[in-house]
Write a protein that binds this ligand. Structure first.
Ligand code: AMP
Length: 479
């Protein structure tokens, strides 16, 4: 089906052609006519499916009639992270070249003054993260009573990040009669409830099973010891042994490990940048740009920082840790094997990961094969390198290193110019400072478990059991 059959305006069709797109993606073909007909839409689609254009293109067409008033945006798009919000702005820039629309980006970590000035001028499209939007509202700088169309994007990620109470507040401030487009990669019961609350008689548009993983991705489990140094060594061996590796994202469960692993990789001569939620905006943008334009072959990232980012053509995903939430596995490995390309996803599995792994295999409905031996091949002693097997990617292969692996490791010969890239850890200003009073139990628990996964402080003793607790207790003899 050509784009011209969808009911988009001439200006939009010209911009789409200039962008080089010949055919709409399935989510675009399905959603666009409903958006243009002013229906509410519930879109179940992951990033990488063309979801952003599925709402930006019809919005541009609808916005051609009417004009903006000061402090009263006509449309509002809510995004969970600053990077995603910035990506949506890029979409409006690309497809809106033939329009004279005011697009404002309201995100944390940048000055209020510039954002105020933009709001004052009148905005056709306001793209915002929930926290900063509410800050503007509370300062009396913003009125949401003129919003004709509300987009809630990445709803399941909003839930993970604890933004749902904010979204509920915002949804109450926009007119009841607005049109709502609601997108989520997965539809757990909590998200179904929210969709019911926010949408009126929506058109449901689904492009992939929520828990499905692309068939173009080769998935392998890699047995490793539990110690950090053992995991890092196993990862290095894996990277060195990969002939087809052009670039890769390495996911860690915790922010602290992202920074540590990136530094370790750089010290071993790999070209790696870090991306996690505690980095300031400049460091995040620099790391992401370097990875996108191929300057840096490896990106070490946390889930929250990397979710939904548009990073085309990633050849490999490495899970340095098995994710605690099985859906995160689907999202992580979905960074590779996109748009019909092939990709490889390796997951390091330590003995204590059995439960999380079971949950992942249950979700995706299939066992994931081991690369070269399961956990029974892992050396018992934590003082060793962590694994006994070196068959596929161990020392023996280093001599015959392939072109791809060579590209990644070539920084060994260069000065460590990128060693500090992205490593700074300034406090993150987008996160809401105070806990929400109206948060229900479920949301709070979700957020807590997410923060724990990302946080640096283990609860109690973490997974470590001190030896004295394992000593047998001698019962006292009765006299
Ligand atoms: P998204 O799912 O919105 O993150 O989009 C993923 C990628 O697909 C982006 O790089 C878009 O530029 C690209 N894209 C969106 N629509 C199309 C299309 N109809 N044909 C080809 N590429 C597209």
């Amino acid at each position: 089906m050509p784009f011209s059959d969808l009911g988009l305006s001439e200006k939009v069709l010209n911009a789409v052609e200039a962008a080089g797109y010949t055919e709409p993606t399935p989510i675009q073909a399905e959603a666009i006519p409903h958006v243009l007909a002013r229906r509410d839409v519930l879109g179940i689609a992951q990033t990488g499916t063309g979801k952003t254009a599925a709402f930006t293109l019809p919005m541009l067409t609808l916005l051609e009639n009417g004009r903006a008033r000061a402090r009263m945006p006509r449309t509002l798009i809510l995004e969970p992270t600053r990077e995603l919000a910035a990506q949506v702005v890029e979409n409006f820039d690309r497809y809106g070249t033939n329009h004279k629309l005011n697009v404002a980006l309201i995100i944390g970590g940048v000055s209020f003054a510039d954002q105020d000035a933009k709001l004052m001028r009148g905005t056709d499209v306001l793209i915002a993260t929930p926290g900063r939007l509410l800050d503007h509202f509370e300062r009396g700088k913003l009125l949401l009573t003129g919003v004709e169309l509300l987009v809630i994007d990445e709803a399941d990620r909003m839930l993970d990040m604890g933004f749902i109470p904010d979204i509920e507040r915002i949804a109450k401030m926009v007119p009841f009669t607005r049109q709502t487009l609601f997108f989520s990669a997965t539809m757990p019961p909590e998200i179904e409830r929210l969709a019911d609350m926010f949408l009126h008689n929506p058109q449901r548009v689904e492009v992939a099973r929520p828990a499905s993983t692309a068939t173009t991705i080769t998935q392998r489990l890699v047995a490793t010891g539990s110690e950090g140094h053992a995991k890092r060594e196993r990862l290095r061996d894996l990277i060195r042994g990969e002939a087809e590796l052009k670039n890769g994202i390495i996911f860690c469960n915790r922010k602290r490990d992202v920074a540590l692993l990136q530094k370790s990789l750089v010290s071993h001569g790999f070209d790696a940048a870090a991306l996690h939620g505690d980095m300031d905006q400049r460091a995040r943008t620099t790391a992401l740009d370097a990875f996108r334009n191929g300057e840096t072959a490896l990106l070490v990232a946390s889930d929250v920082a990397a979710r939904g980012l548009d990073i085309p053509a990633v050849s490999h995903v490495f899970n340095f840790d098995v994710p605690h939430h099985p859906e995160d596995y689907v999202h992580r490995i979905g960074r590779t094997g996109r748009a019909g390309r092939t990709g490889t996803a390796y997951t390091l599995v330590a003995p204590e990961d059995a439960r999380s792994l079971g949950a992942i295999e249950a979700l995706i409905g299939q066992p994931i094969p081991w690369l070269d031996g399961d956990l029974s091949t892992v050396a018992e002693s934590s003082g060793e390198t962590g694994t006994r097997h070196r068959g596929r990617s161990g020392e023996g292969r280093r001599g015959s290193r392939s072109k791809g692996a060579g590209k990644v490791a070539e920084a060994a010969e260069r000065p460590k110019a990128r060693g500090g890239r992205g490593g700074s850890a300034a406090p993150r200003s987008e996160s809401r400072p105070a806990p929400e009073p109206r948060r229900d139990e479920r949301v709070r628990d979700e957020r807590r478990s997410r923060n724990e996964a990302e946080g640096d402080t283990p609860i109690g003793l973490g997974s470590h059991v001190p030896a004295f607790l394992l000593r047998p207790v001698l019962a006292k003899k009765e006299k």
